[in-house]
Design a protein around this ligand. Structure first.
Ligand code: NAP
Length: 264
């Protein structure tokens, strides 16, 4: 397999991926592992974490799986403690965990709103604050947040997630400036749709919806998880050391206007 970065780019580095047991998080954990990193994966469910950890170990990655609910600050503090106990430090944090479901806003209950905001925005704050303080203390680190283009275009049908991602984008830019003096770089990647069990089930459950979504993309396809994970590793790597507070959009051009092509 061809790789974008040299094999030992993350040798002696520890990378923590939230939501690292499934979808993009799992792919990202694999990519960092292939590049020499020790990897910590954290999410709520053992049924996600255990098989992913097994898979990573099978691929030769030094991995630690820590059951964690990112909406609970005390659990996030315990995650840091467990990871540091095993690996001594955390060099890279990927805030990937999120929740989402389709619902027109007029029908969205306060509880539904809160649950998504709690995971996708508050959880990113709790993890960034806890791990960021650790990075400041150790003299540096890298944070990559996973957002989505509806952070700035708006997200009809997913107002909760769009609002959460807009908040994460603001947090990305804020922390990039606050923490630059400590050599903590903070960036974001903004993928268009890509296949994961969670996204497919909740956002494009049938072939017709999927085809309609692909038709909106100038490149006429979804991203692959591999492509997005590669971008995350690059943003966290020394090759991006002067990139700070930036968001790398990878949506095949979907958020751009169509001009005279006459399409939506
Ligand atoms: P996914 O497979 O459903 O991943 C979500 C992950 O978050 C799961 O591993 C889940 O694990 C974890 N999680 C949920 N609640 C949590 C909590 N309270 N504490 C800790 N972990 C929690 O979805 P995905 O499609 O790969 O999404 C990954 C990221 O990409 C998300 O930030 C998403 O918003 C973003 N994104 C996705 C798309 C897309 O089309 N798929 C497009 C743009 C952006 P547990 O259930 O074990 O907790």
């Amino acid at each position: 397999m061809t790789r974008m970065l040299p094999d030992a780019t993350f040798a002696n580095r520890t990378v923590l991926v939230t939501g690292g047991g499934t979808g993009l998080g799992k792919e990202t954990a694999h990519r960092f592992g292939e590049l020499g990193a020790r990897v910590v994966i954290a999410s709520r469910k053992a049924e996600h974490l255990d098989p992913a950890a097994e898979e990573l170990r099978g691929a030769g990655v030094d991995v630690l799986a820590v059951p964690t609910d990112v909406t609970r600050p005390a659990r996030v503090a315990a995650l840091l403690e467990t990871a540091v106990e095993r690996f001594g430090r955390i060099d890279v944090l990927v805030n990937n965990a999120a929740g989402n479901f389709y619902c027109p806003t007029a029908d969205l209950s306060p509880a539904g709103w809160k649950v998504v905001i709690d995971i996708a925005l508050n959880g990113v704050f709790y993890c960034s604050r806890e791990i960021g303080r650790h990075m400041i203390e150790q003299g540096g680190g890298r944070i990559v947040n996973v957002v989505a283009t509806y952070a700035w275009t708006g997200g009809p049908g997913t107002a909760h997630s769009a609002a959460a991602k807009a908040g994460v984008l603001a947090l990305t830019r804020t922390l990039a400036v606050e923490w630059a003096q400590h050599d903590v770089r903070v960036n974001a990647v903004s993928p268009g749709p890509f296949h994961s069990d969670g996204a497919k089930k909740r956002l494009w459950p049938d072939a017709k919806t999927e085809a309609a979504m692909k038709a909106q993309v100038p490149l006429q396809r979804f991203a692959t998880r591999h492509e997005v994970a590669d971008a995350i590793t690059w943003l966290a790597s020394p090759f991006a050391d002067y990139v700070n507070g930036e968001v790398l959009v990878m949506d095949g051009g979907a958020h751009l206007g169509r001009g005279l092509t006459g399409e939506a």
